[in-house]
Write a protein that binds this ligand. Structure first.
Ligand code: FES
Ligand SMILES: [Fe+2]
Length: 373
């Protein structure tokens, strides 16, 4: 153990590798959680190339609707807009004027055309350039780069995802989940804004993800939650770019009514907790869905956006915002404890529990892969 903490981030050494066999592996070196240079690399190499949840199609129901949306506020800060044009097509576009770079749309609105309020340039809701006052004598104008940049966009049911520069296809990311949960009536899910909330935690974004990825802490950190889950049956499955924790119900009344064509038919399942690399948590319950989006805002500061969708209002009665809030605060407190610990000169790496920490191991290997590549 070196007493001075290593921050030589440019040179990843073989000894930092995370063994594929997690019974042998050591956890990711602690500087990955506290080195500002590694944090910046994660923003560029992981987040700028990731798929992020943007909105759902109910928020863009009629032609002319435009949503102003900043991708990853506090880190990427990319101004984007989502629009539904007069041909009923939905687009994700750069929200930056192609003249001198003014942000175009500042809040959600209904428009026929997008007009820049700086010098009056106009665009269609599909992003195509229309006119620019004062540009009559300009050569080779307009050209394709005068249109607003179109951003890759995908949907799963009504949920809309975008990526500035995808490092992998949307299907690679969500294919396994879609197959497993093909029976969910996602189109009937309703955004429950009244339950949405942002939390801030004074810890690195990846530490928050680590904590989510194992149920091992539940009896220690969330005793009231532990009584609802049958921890003996709790299990983790890993896929290419996602992992799943299955929370079996202690009481059959808390379980999903699974259809016969579900691969889990016959089991008593209270929750599917999907982690989608690098920062999304899709928690499916019999009453609906809670999405948690982990957004880095600094090397040791993270926003967690809680977005709630309700499917079964009656079963929603089992949902308690107070319990969710308490669980979240319990998690934040331990994650902040870890942030203080990983800065220590006396700690570098630990080991994985084979029973519980398969998802953490999988996440660390993905992190290393995309950061050191
Ligand atoms: S910046 Fe938009 S028209 Fe000049
Ligand atoms: Fe927790």
């Amino acid at each position: 153990m070196t007493i001075k903490k290593r921050m030589d981030t440019q040179v990843a050494t073989r000894s930092d590798d995370i063994d594929e066999d997690f019974a042998r592996a050591k956890t990711i070196p602690s500087r990955y959680y506290c080195d500002p240079a590694i944090y910046e690399r994660a923003i560029d190499r992981i987040f700028a190339r990731s798929w992020q949840f943007a909105t759902d199609l109910d928020q863009l129901k009629v032609p002319g609707q435009v949503i102003s949306w900043t991708k990853m506020e506090g880190s990427l800060n990319e101004p984007l807009l989502l629009s539904r044009d007069e041909n009923d097509e939905v687009h994700c576009l750069s929200n930056v004027c192609t003249h001198r770079g003014a942000q175009l749309v500042e809040s959600d609105c209904v428009l026929k055309q997008i007009r820049c309020r700086y010098h009056g340039r106009r665009f269609g809701l599909d992003g195509d350039f229309i006119t620019a006052p004062g540009f009559e004598d300009v050569q080779d104008f307009p050209c394709p780069s005068d249109n607003l940049a179109k951003i890759p966009m995908e949907t799963w049911g009504k949920f809309v995802f975008v990526s500035l520069d995808p490092a992998y296809s949307f299907d690679q990311l969500f294919g396994d989940i879609k197959k497993r949960l093909h029976w969910l009536p996602l189109d009937e899910y309703r955004l429950a804004r009244e339950h949405n909330r942002d939390y801030f935690v004074h810890a690195n974004w990846a530490l928050y993800c680590d904590n989510y990825l194992e149920g091992m802490h539940v009896p220690f950190v969330h005793p009231s939650l532990a009584s609802l889950l049958d921890t003996r049956q709790y299990r983790t499955e890993v896929y290419g770019l996602s992992s799943l924790q299955i929370g079996p119900a202690n009481n059959p009344a808390d379980a999903f009514d699974l259809p016969p064509d579900s691969p889990d038919y016959g089991q008593s399942i209270a929750a599917y907790y999907y982690f989608v690399f690098p920062n999304m948590m899709w928690n499916f319950y019999p009453w609906g869905l809670s999405i948690n989006v982990v957004q880095p805002v600094g090397v040791d500061k993270t926003r967690i956006r809680f977005i709630t969708y309700v499917y079964d209002e009656k079963r929603m009665q089992s949902y308690s915002p107070r319990d969710i809030d308490q669980t979240e605060r319990e998690d934040e407190a331990v994650v902040e404890l870890v942030q203080r610990g990983v800065r220590s000169r006396l700690y570098d790496r630990g080991r994985y529990s084979v029973r519980w920490e398969q998802g953490v191991h999988h996440f660390h290997r993905l992190l290393k892969h995309y950061l050191d590549d």
